[in-house]
Design a binder for this molecule. Structure first.
Ligand code: ATP
Ligand code: MG
Length: 151
């Protein structure tokens, strides 16, 4: 499902000449999520990484098991988020101002949706970012043998 999320952004990735780097562990457990939900969470995060990383930037995706969770990190070396915006960045409609968000388009919902969805699946989303250096989103997906599981 990581492949699919990247695939969904392939046009932007090609246009912006992004370098995509992977490090996916071989023994990743099944996650407790339905396919659509998991796709939507990751697609929102990867789409932000592409959107807020200038041409020729790099986007790295790491995945491994961490206890009862699968950790997926999406790291970019893009424009970053100002420190003062970090506490509110996962709120609905919250966007970093100074013109940059307006000119890029969007609603300010992607990150809040991903955050709410992953929490409703028993997981967590964390944002680390340094303005002008880049952003790392850490997703923790709960593992488990539920009715619907994906690998
Ligand atoms: P939408 O996703 O609804 O199209 P959006 O991308 O502006 O619009 P969110 O995905 O919710 O909204 O992100 C909120 C804000 O967080 C963005 O406007 C942007 O300023 C900032 N942001 C999110 N991800 C990144 C990132 N990887 N690098 C830099 N800034 C980011
Ligand atoms: Mg977005």
């Amino acid at each position: 499902f990581i492949d699919e999320a990247i695939e969904s952004q392939s046009l932007l990735i090609m246009q912006k000449n992004h370098k995509i780097e992977f490090d996916i562990a071989m023994d990743i457990k099944d996650i407790y999520a339905d396919r659509n939900g998991a796709d939507q969470i990751l697609t929102n995060i990867i789409s932000n990484a592409c959107k807020y990383t200038p041409d020729f930037g790099k986007i790295s995706i790491f995945a491994k098991n961490v206890g009862d969770f699968v950790e997926i990190k999406v790291s970019d070396n893009g424009i970053g988020i100002p420190r003062e915006d970090l506490p509110r960045i996962t709120e609905r409609f919250y966007r970093v101002e100074k013109g940059r968000s307006r000119e890029m388009g969007g609603t300010g919902l992607g990150l809040s949706i991903a955050n709410e969805m992953i929490k409703s699946l028993g997981g967590n989303l964390k944002v680390d970012s340094v303005l002008g250096e880049g952003t790392t989103i850490t997703l923790l997906f709960k593992t488990g043998d539920k009715d619907e599981k994906i690998s």
